[in-house]
Design a binder for this molecule. Structure first.
Ligand SMILES: [Zn+2]
Length: 109
């Protein structure tokens, strides 16, 4: 999870109070708007943001690390729908988590 202090610092920097932002800052604010938004974990249904699921190395607009549900530990990846939806992005299980669960499901009994 991105440390709360870092999340709060970004929130204050980009969202309050309303201020003049440069072009680059506006881009970063847009990326943060999506990163602060919450979506349901496909496994445990907890509502989590990208900042909650990222590791502490998350940087705005430059993250190549893994996303993990802080509630159940499932590996996640974010998906942007091809058609416009009210939800700008949502979670699906990471390939690794999906394959592990499928193996367990098939091996049951
Ligand atoms: Zn979960």
């Amino acid at each position: 999870m991105v440390p709360r202090e870092k999340q709060e610092k970004w929130y204050k920097q980009y969202f309050q109070p309303p201020m003049e932002l440069t072009g680059l800052e506006k881009q970063r604010k847009y990326i943060l708007t999506l990163a602060f938004a919450k979506s349901g974990c496909p496994l445990c249904e907890a509502k989590i943001s990208k900042l909650d699921a990222a590791d502490e190395n998350y940087e705005i607009g430059n993250y190549t690390g893994k996303y993990t549900c802080p509630e159940c530990g499932a590996g996640l990846r974010d998906v942007v729908p091809l058609v416009a939806m009210p939800q700008p992005w949502f979670w699906v299980l990471s390939n690794e988590t999906r394959e592990t669960l499928l193996r367990m499901w098939k091996d049951r009994k």
